[in-house]
Design a binder for this molecule. Structure first.
Ligand SMILES: C[S@@+](CC[C@H](N)C(=O)[O-])C[C@H]1O[C@@H](n2cnc3c(N)ncnc32)[C@H](O)[C@@H]1O
Length: 256
């Protein structure tokens, strides 16, 4: 099965819904709001004047929010619909960013540019079959001293949601709609892979990166899973056996 064709079709369809959703709040973004969350804002600090590569940028809200903070942004996504919408948003706002429609691995095979930061966030890694190859793309895209900021959903929540924790070469095939409130009930087939925390950390170490920080969070800044409750503004928690389950982790890793 051609996983890239299948997942591209699903993300093209999701993107059409997402741009009109309250979840992504494009009008708020056009009015000047940032789509970035405090987790990545705090971990990345002052980004003004930095060259930033955003992998799996969806329709560019975060990429353009970094551009609004002064970053020189290049952003990559598999979905041609997402890239088209991102370019439209750039034009509407007058913000500058280069958007590239590509698979992450194919981008890594040809990219010659190096960056101060690579940013990857929330719901990215499950679409990639090979985490070792992903980490090599990151390492090759960084300048010496450059850093990765990964803010990702915690794989323990996959387990709680009925998926396996450990990686299997065989993909999980799901028929799903989407996570925004305007889901139209139409389902698309999608292929995903689980990546436990140890695989991600080890892949980055083996790619030659220095892990500077690994955080785990008991909340998600997105209300995108079933049965979450909002304990404070923008902090959604999942209670499992009376305890909050880990929902997000973040890694900052640097190139020597
Ligand atoms: C959950 S979204 C990213 C979330 C992002 N933080 C956001 O909400 O703006 C996942 C993105 O990964 C992209 N994607 C999936 N597989 C990919 C691949 N192999 N290469 C590049 N992008 C991919 C999808 O098109 C989608 O836009």
């Amino acid at each position: 099965m051609d996983y890239l064709a299948l997942n591209k079709a699903a993300w093209d369809k999701r993107t059409e819904l997402h741009v009109d959703s309250d979840f992504y709040d494009v009008n708020g973004f056009l009015a000047g709001n940032s789509s970035l969350k405090s987790i990545e804002r705090e971990l990345m600090g002052d980004i003004n004047g930095k060259k930033l590569l955003h992998l799996q940028c969806h329709f560019g809200l975060d990429s353009l929010s970094w551009a609004r903070l002064g970053a020189e942004v290049t952003a990559v996504d598999l979905s041609s619909e997402a890239i088209k919408r991102a370019e439209e948003l750039a034009e509407k706002t007058g913000l500058k960013a280069e958007f590239i429609c590509s698979d992450v691995y194919a981008f890594g095979d040809t990219n010659q540019t190096t960056y101060d930061w690579v940013f990857v966030s929330y719901g990215a890694l499950c679409w990639l079959p090979d985490i070792t190859r992903w980490a090599q793309v990151i390492a090759n895209s960084l300048k010496p001293g450059g850093k990765l900021c990964l803010a990702e959903f915690h794989p323990v929540h996959d387990l709680v949601s009925g998926y396996g924790y450990f990686h299997r070469d065989e993909a999980d095939l799901d028929e799903e709609g989407t996570y925004t409130e305007n889901d139209d009930g139409e389902e698309s087939p999608m292929l995903t892979w689980g990546h436990p925390l140890s695989d991600v950390v080890n892949a980055l170490i083996h790619a030659g990166l220095n892990i500077e920080l690994l955080n785990e969070y008991d909340y998600s800044p997105y209300n995108c899973f079933e049965d979450l409750t909002e304990r404070a503004a923008g902090e959604f928690v999942y209670e499992h056996e009376h305890y909050n389950s880990p929902l997000v982790y973040a890694i900052v890793a640097s190139k020597k």
